[in-house]
Design a binder for this molecule. Structure first.
Ligand code: DSN
Length: 416
């Protein structure tokens, strides 16, 4: 029945009159070939590790595991309890936290649950505005966060940096109940400790969303905010190479139960059991020297790519980046057009707001580039420089042979 429904959706989507199982397999094959021949620079994506894929495609795909280990609302969860406990412990080791909830279906669900456990509906949240690198779930007016809470924003200064003095002033004057840190397109480090001190002096709680930088935090390349936050939220599939999903972490004993109750039964019913097993594998895989070296190369690739763009005359929000991503300003063209042009030439990325952007979300002022996926393909310094030059050539000359991209992709298969 489920399959039948999916078939209908796909038929509508691709406008095919006749459709059968073999067409569906062909579509998947086409997509896999396309992915293999494409350079992926989307900063929120990565290629999930093969073992996480295998473990998350297990028999648990069928299993409802509502509740928590030893306290389930369905029978047959005894063995699964071992997996969920292992996943919890492994994430606690990885992020140095006392408490972890591995059930959130996604980063958005994790953030919703975090807010649900820390504050009340209509309470005041202070967050970075979307145009400066904030996230939809940090207070966008059409999102649950913007609809349920009273949102006020802080912005970046004219040098595109966080201004801690300004944040302090807003906190003192506006007395928000919660401040959200952690962003979707910020190239600099955040001083967790200073903001924590300011917030605590003013009875303001802190939610830190490390979705983009979690891999760098568990590799020790970016300072861990766990001791400077009430709750830390993250996705598991960006700089970590896990399956799609979310987690919540905290070192505050008093809010453990609130977090658990907010995830289940507050925001979710049954968790995606198979993904909890997949998360366990990726936490385990992220806890070793190979992963630290991998994170270092992601960073190096981002620095080299950005340096190449700057050498070619492009502007970014700063001349360096401390993580996997950076923005490139598109000045004499539309970012929407550039995104589509690159896609036609087998390069994926997304158009993005530049700090204090005056343009609309349909064609904002920059493109965002991330280096996790190319690094997973084992591309290094030379390839990072090449790709930046290809993109500059394409933007400037408007034509390009995507054969070069295909050759590069052939040398660096995604899963060897
Ligand atoms: N919108 C994506 C990002 O932050 O990049 C994922 O939520």
């Amino acid at each position: 029945m489920l399959y039948y429904k999916k078939k209908i959706i796909i038929i509508k989507h691709i406008n095919m009159k006749k459709f059968n199982f073999y067409n569906f397999l062909n579509l998947l094959k086409l997509e896999s070939i396309k992915i293999e021949k494409t350079i992926n620079l989307i900063a929120s994506e990565n290629y999930t590790s093969l073992s996480s894929i295998i473990y998350s495609s297990s028999c648990y795909i069928n299993k409802y595991t509502e509740g928590y280990p030893k306290n389930r609302y369905y029978s047959g969860c005894k063995i699964f309890d071992i997996f969920e406990n292992k996943s919890i412990i492994e994430s606690q080791i990885l992020f140095n936290s006392f408490f972890s909830n591995v059930q959130p279906h996604s980063g958005a669900q994790a953030n919703a649950s975090a807010m649900f456990s820390l504050i009340n509906i209509n309470d005041k949240i202070l967050s970075l505005d979307l145009k400066s690198g904030g996230h939809l779930t940090h207070g966008f007016k059409k999102n649950f966060s913007g609809k349920n809470y009273n949102i006020i924003n802080y912005c970046l200064n004219k040098n595109n940096l966080l201004n801690n003095k300004n944040i302090e002033l807003i906190i003192k004057n506006e007395k928000p109940n919660l401040i959200i840190l952690g962003y979707s397109s910020y190239q600099k480090n955040i001083d967790w400790e200073i903001i924590y001190k300011i917030a605590k002096k003013n009875n303001c709680l802190i939610l830190t969303d490390i979705s983009h930088i979690s891999g760098f935090i568990c590799s020790g390349l970016i300072k861990n905010p766990i001791n400077y936050s009430d709750i830390v939220s993250s996705t598991t599939h960006k700089t970590l190479r896990g399956v799609k999903g979310g987690i919540l972490l905290s070192n505050k004993r008093k809010i453990f139960n609130k977090i658990n109750n907010s995830v289940f039964p507050g925001q979710q019913g049954g968790s995606i059991s198979n993904n909890i097993v997949g998360k366990y594998i990726s936490f385990k895989e992220s806890n070793n020297f190979n992963f630290i070296n991998y994170s270092k190369q992601i960073l190096l690739n981002a620095k080299i790519m950005l340096k190449t763009f700057i050498y070619r005359g492009y502007k970014s929000m700063s001349i360096d980046t401390v993580n996997h991503m950076f923005l490139i300003k598109i000045e004499n063209n539309s970012s929407f057009y550039i995104e589509k042009l690159l896609e036609k030439n087998n390069i994926l990325l997304n158009r993005n707001f530049f700090p204090n952007d005056l343009k609309s979300s349909k064609s904002p002022s920059s493109i965002r580039i991330g280096t996790s996926s190319i690094t997973t393909r084992k591309m290094k310094n030379k390839e990072a420089e090449l790709i930046s030059n290809y993109i500059c050539d394409l933007i400037e000359k408007n034509k390009f042979s995507n054969k070069k991209i295909k050759i590069l992709c052939n040398y660096f298969p995604i899963y060897k």
